[in-house]
Design a protein around this ligand. Structure first.
Ligand SMILES: [Zn+2]
Length: 82
C-alpha cells in the first residue's frame, strides 16, 4: 500500500517507498496537500508514484524507472490519491 513520505527539504513523496532522505509520515495531515496549485507536482509514468517538489526524482524509489516522472496538475494529483 502506498503512503506519504517527506524529507527535510519539504518535499513530499507518495509511493511504496520514499527514497533516500525520505521518512514515512505516520500521522497524515491534510495540510500536506494545502496550496497544491502553487507547487510542482509529478507523477511516475510507470507506477504512478507522486512527488511534490521543485524537481522530479531522477529515479523512482518504488519502481526504479529512470526519468519517468512527468509534471501533472492539481486535479490529476488529487485523483491519484483517492
Ligand atoms: Zn515509479
Amino acid at each position: 500500500m502506498k503512503s506519504f513520505f517527506k524529507n527535510d527539504k519539504g518535499e513530499i513523496h507518495f509511493g511504496i517507498n520514499g527514497g533516500d532522505g525520505f521518512q514515512k509520515i505516520d500521522n497524515f495531515d491534510v495540510k500536506i496537500l494545502k496550496n497544491l496549485g502553487s507547487k510542482k507536482l509529478w507523477r511516475c509514468t510507470v507506477c504512478n508514484d507522486l512527488r511534490i517538489g521543485e524537481i522530479a526524482p531522477k529515479q523512482c524509489p518504488t519502481c526504479f524507472a529512470i526519468d519517468a516522472f512527468v509534471e501533472i496538475n492539481e486535479k490529476e494529483f488529487l485523483e491519484m490519491i483517492k
